[in-house]
Ligand binder design. Structure first.
Ligand code: HEM
Length: 241
């Protein structure tokens, strides 16, 4: 069966690098919320992680350094990806922010099918379906908000004057809200991408870079049409790279 290139090696690398950073940032970030009334997981995670890193306030300081260092590495990794594969990044942004007629109908029908088992034929989708686009839009907007608010928090100890307390308060609020938004989407993303049986070829493509043509025709028909009309039979000009 014909295989079609879907992801470049740099796309695959940045995806798993991003996922790894998210995991560490999420765990250490939740561990930093010492107030158990605010921490959705209560006290066990902050206490457990502090104990792991030397206990008490020294353990909290190590946790903060890990969170800050991985946060900075995450941003540097994303910038390095932009430098290596600017074309892939442009393709990604253009695709996720172009919503076509039929996309919302796809979303409504897909949700109807998955929850109630009802819904008509799904309108054909492009490189990303509308569910993937919605999550990717939230990740990009949420990611920007996390980076900007995180930068304010990183600088707050060192450079910002005491008068900037209001700004720091807003940065904390924005940081929490943006992480909450992306995390909510992430639960659906992980289910759809890694657990849902129909998406297994898409999951494998995040390691191999390729999907079977039949899967592409069924799930991303408009993408396959642009490939066929470009005559390349491969991703060519219409793919991320
Ligand atoms: C265990 C964790 C994860 C798994 C198993 C996973 C799996 C996948 C797979 C299989 C795809 C390819 C879909 C396709 O092109 O056919 C994908 C794409 C993507 N992933 Fe992940 N991912 C994970 C974590 C994350 C995280 C933490 C983020 C960002 C916060 C993220 C953001 C994206 C985005 C923006 C795309 C492209 C749009 C989309 O397909 O939804 N992923 N992921």
């Amino acid at each position: 069966m014909r295989n079609i290139k879907r992801h470049d090696a740099s796309d695959i690398f940045i995806h798993w690098f991003n996922a790894g950073c998210w995991l560490v940032l999420l765990v250490t970030g939740l561990g930093l919320i010492k107030n158990e009334k605010l921490n959705p997981l209560g006290a066990w995670l902050p206490d457990g992680l502090r104990a792991l890193f030397g206990g008490g306030s020294a353990g909290g300081a190590v946790l903060l350094v890990i969170h800050e260092v991985v946060g900075v590495l995450w941003v540097l990794g994303l910038l390095a990806y932009l430098a290596v594969n600017a074309r892939g990044a442009r393709f990604f942004l253009k695709e996720i922010f172009s919503v076509r007629p039929g996309d919302f109908l796809w979303l409504i029908r897909k949700m109807g099918r998955m929850t109630l088992g009802i819904g008509g034929e799904l309108p054909p989708q492009g490189y990303y379906n509308m569910g993937q686009k919605a999550f990717a839009q939230a990740s990009v907007a949420g990611g920007l908000a996390i980076v900007l608010s995180g930068a304010v928090l990183l600088l707050s100890d060192k450079l910002l004057p005491a008068a900037a307390t209001g700004l720091i308060g807003w940065a904390v609020t924005l940081h929490y809200l943006a992480v909450g938004l992306v995390f909510a989407g992430l639960l659906v993303h992980i289910y759809m991408a890694a657990i849902s049986p129909e998406e297994k070829p898409g999951f494998r493509s995040m390691f191999t870079g390729h999907v079977p043509a039949d899967y592409a025709r069924h799930h991303h028909g408009l993408w396959l049409e642009t490939l066929d009309s470009s005559g390349s039979g491969e991703k060519g000009e219409t793919g991320p790279r």
